[in-house]
Design a protein around this ligand. Structure first.
Ligand SMILES: [Zn+2]
Length: 194
C-alpha cells in the first residue's frame, strides 16, 4: 500500500495555533512532526509512505505530484480544529467525492477516536464536504484517490492539546492503522456482498 500524507497549510501560512502555553505549535508544525512519526511507523508495516507539503506550489500541484509521480492508494491530509470558544473539543474526519473516501474516512475516524479516548459527546463524526466547504479543494484534487482530512482535536482546547501531545505516537499509529483497515481486502469483500 502507498499512503500519501499531506501536511496541512504552509510554512508561510501555518494555519491555527494551539492554545497558550502551546501557541508556538501551529497546525503546520504539529503535523510536520506527526507526519514524520506516521512515516516511521509505516516502514514497520510495509507501507510506502510519502510526506508532502503544499509550500510554494499550492494544493493543486501538491496533489498532482501525489497522483502522477507518487501514485498513492490513499491520501490523508493532516490538520487540527480551532474554535473561538475554548471549551469546544472533539474529533472529526472530512471526505470528498471519491467513492471510497467515505470508507477511508470511517476507518481512520474510528481509530483516531480510540486514540484520542473520545466518548460519544466528543465524536463529531465523518463529514462529506460539498463544494465551497472546508477542505473541499484538497479532498477533490486527486479525484481517483480516496482522500480524507483528519481533525483529531481542537487546538483551541487546552485539554485536547495536552492529550494529543502526550499521545502523539498513539495518534500517529491510529492514522496509519485507519489506512491499513481501509485497504483490507476482507472489508471490501464484506461490503461488496452487503
Ligand atoms: Zn487546518
Amino acid at each position: 500500500m502507498k499512503l500519501a500524507l499531506v501536511v496541512g497549510h504552509t510554512d508561510l501560512n501555518e494555519g491555527a495555533a494551539c492554545q497558550i502555553p502551546f501557541s508556538f505549535l501551529t497546525e503546520y508544525k504539529f503535523n510536520s512532526v506527526l507526519a514524520a512519526q506516521i512515516k516511521m511507523l509505516a516502514r514497520e508495516r510495509n507501507v510506502i509512505c510519502g510526506v508532502f507539503h503544499r509550500d510554494l506550489i499550492g494544493i493543486a500541484k501538491c496533489y498532482k505530484k501525489i497522483e502522477e509521480d507518487f501514485r498513492a492508494d490513499y491520501i490523508i491530509e493532516l490538520h487540527f480544529n480551532y474554535f473561538k470558544n475554548p471549551e469546544v473539543r472533539g474529533t472529526e474526519t472530512l471526505y470528498g467525492n471519491n467513492p471510497l473516501a467515505d470508507l477511508l474516512a470511517a476507518c481512520v475516524h474510528s481509530q483516531v477516536l480510540a486514540a484520542m479516548d473520545r466518548d460519544v459527546k466528543h465524536d463529531r463524526g465523518i463529514k462529506k464536504i460539498t463544494e465551497g466547504g472546508r477542505g473541499y479543494l484538497s479532498l477533490n484534487a486527486a479525484t481517483d484517490i480516496p482522500t480524507v482530512i483528519v481533525e483529531p482535536f481542537f487546538g483551541s482546547n487546552l485539554e485536547d492539546v495536552r492529550y494529543a501531545l502526550e499521545n502523539m505516537n498513539v495518534l500517529a499509529d491510529a492514522i496509519l492503522e485507519g489506512a491499513l483497515l481501509a485497504d483490507n481486502p476482507e472489508l471490501h469483500r464484506t461490503l461488496a456482498t452487503q
